[in-house]
Write a protein that binds this ligand. Structure first.
Ligand code: 5GP
Length: 205
């Protein structure tokens, strides 16, 4: 029997909502059985960030060459820097029957919606916009100008919720993680997915 292709899981949502924190928490849990796709970016590493662990840090030239070659599943320019998902890793991992987890901003998620409509789209929502601002200011790593840009972007992003299959409010990291894991589990049991597996089994594939 042919091995079932893995599920592509896309976690997205407004800047500052806590996508990175939720993703790190999900991957720190011992029973996580999906693979994280490390993104590429042209932004400078923050203190403590490691190349090949947090991101693959690239020059603009190298990133643009990769776009040209079609080496990215999606990419977006966000607050002056490129971010993108390496295509080969995603395809190879899915083909091996493993689920792949992406944590990306909303423009990239919209591109994947077009290219891979059977992916699972989860929108991480802020409890409120005012809390979003507090979190951005509280992080202390960005200038006022960057914060203002991120907030304007976030307003648009909230309107983009309708592209997603599920909305998880990030009221508390553990709760959000539990809901995300429950959604992934349920998604594997969806009739459409199970039916496809049974039909190919019956055809002797
Ligand atoms: P940061 O610079 O704070 O690490 O990330 C900025 C934004 O880029 C976050 O919203 C993060 O989710 C998003 N991001 C990280 N990797 C990717 C990627 O591969 N593609 C896209 N489109 N966004 C990404």
């Amino acid at each position: 029997m042919r091995k079932e292709r893995g599920l592509l899981i896309v976690l997205s949502g407004p800047s500052g909502v806590g996508k990175g924190t939720v993703r790190k928490e999900l991957f720190s849990q011992p029973n996580t059985n999906y693979e994280y796709s490390i993104s590429m970016t042209t932004r400078q590493p923050r203190e403590g960030e490691v190349d090949g662990v947090d991101y693959f840090f690239k020059s603009r030239e190298a990133f643009e060459a990769l776009i040209e070659e079609g080496g990215l599943l999606e990419h977006a320019e966000f607050v002056g820097n490129y971010y993108g998902t390496p295509l080969t890793y995603v395809n190879e991992t899915l083909d091996a029957g493993r689920d792949v987890f992406l944590e990306i901003e909303v423009q990239g998620a919209a591109q994947i919606r077009e290219k891979a409509p059977d992916a699972l789209f989860i929108f991480l929502a802020p409890p409120s916009i005012s809390e979003l601002r507090d979190r951005l200011v509280g992080r202390g790593t960005e200038t006022e100008e960057v914060i203002a840009k991120r907030i304007a972007t976030a307003n648009e992003e909230v309107e983009m919720m309708n592209l997603y299959d599920y909305v998880v409010e990030n009221d508390e990291v553990q709760n959000a993680c539990e809901r995300i894991n429950a959604i992934i589990m349920a998604e594997h049991c969806r009739r459409e997915r199970v039916e496809k597996r049974y039909l190919s089994m019956l055809k002797g594939e």
